[in-house]
Ligand binder design. Structure first.
Ligand code: PXP
Length: 244
């Protein structure tokens, strides 16, 4: 079985557009779990552009297992992770100006701060996964750093447009997976996966977990639109009928 971690960041993006209270990502997490999500993923960004500290604290007791916190390997967020104790932390790169996480974490260049964060998270009893590009030297370094899992960055695959490029990127994902499995690392995948491109990645032997957000939240907005409009029409009608 492959786990699906539903990333609910963009429910919070919508809330933050008005800095109000809805939609509440915690409510979205409950609904996702009722729909058989295997876990919930959120990215607590340093600029707090979507998920807030309050969300992370509330989600912990609401998500009984596979609560996956994505974060940069910086001290303040590591402090918070050690306090909240998600089931898993996925360390990701982060630059303020980017629209979304671009590229995997370069764990070779940033070995020292990443190693320190891993040590602290492990000491707090939190499993650590590293979000890396599908490159053998990065996979080997993940093994050296002693983590249980890697999440392979699937953006290059997701963004491939020609059949030839898609095949090439899939082969890269397969090679990186095989390399990780040989080192006894658990393999997760994520970024840019949608209802059309996820199948080929799910077919790669050994892949255990997906973390998918944007395509699920996008679809939720559209499949929920009809009902939401009908309910608003009914609310207006109710007032209308109460006119003197
Ligand atoms: N995995 C990681 C490590 C991510 O940073 C993201 C984006 O926040 C995702 C998965 C989900 O990507 P998407 O929203 O494109 O499905």
């Amino acid at each position: 079985m492959i786990r699906l971690g539903v990333n609910i960041d963009h429910v919070a993006t919508l809330r933050q557009a008005r800095r109000g209270q809805e939609p509440d990502p915690v409510a979205a997490a409950v609904l996702a779990l009722l729909a058989d999500a295997d876990g919930i993923t959120v990215h607590l960004r340093e600029d707090r552009r979507h998920i807030q500290d309050r969300d992370v604290h509330l989600l912990r007791p609401v998500v009984p297992h596979h609560f996956n916190l994505e974060m940069a390997a910086v001290e303040a967020v590591t402090d918070m992770a050690c306090l909240v104790k998600p089931d898993q932390v996925t360390l990701v790169p982060e630059r303020r100006e980017e629209l979304t996480t671009e590229g995997g974490l370069d764990i070779i260049t940033h070995q020292l701060p990443i190693g320190r964060a891993i040590e602290r998270l492990h000491a707090a009893g939190i499993a650590v996964s590293l979000f890396i590009d599908p490159e053998e030297n990065q996979v080997a370094m993940a093994h050296k750093l002693g983590v249980a899992a890697i999440e392979i960055q699937t953006a290059r695959y997701s963004e491939a447009r020609t059949a030839q490029e898609i095949d090439l990127q899939l082969a890269t994902l397969r090679r990186a997976t095989a390399c990780a499995l040989a080192l006894k690392l658990h393999v997760h995948m994520g970024h840019g996966l949608n209802y059309h491109n996820v199948q080929a990645v799910a077919a790669i032997p050994g892949v255990e977990e997906f973390n998918i957000g944007h395509s699920i939240v996008s679809r939720a907005v559209l499949v929920g639109m009809e009902r939401a409009v009908r309910e608003m029409k009914a609310a207006i009608q109710q007032g209308y009928e109460e006119r003197p």
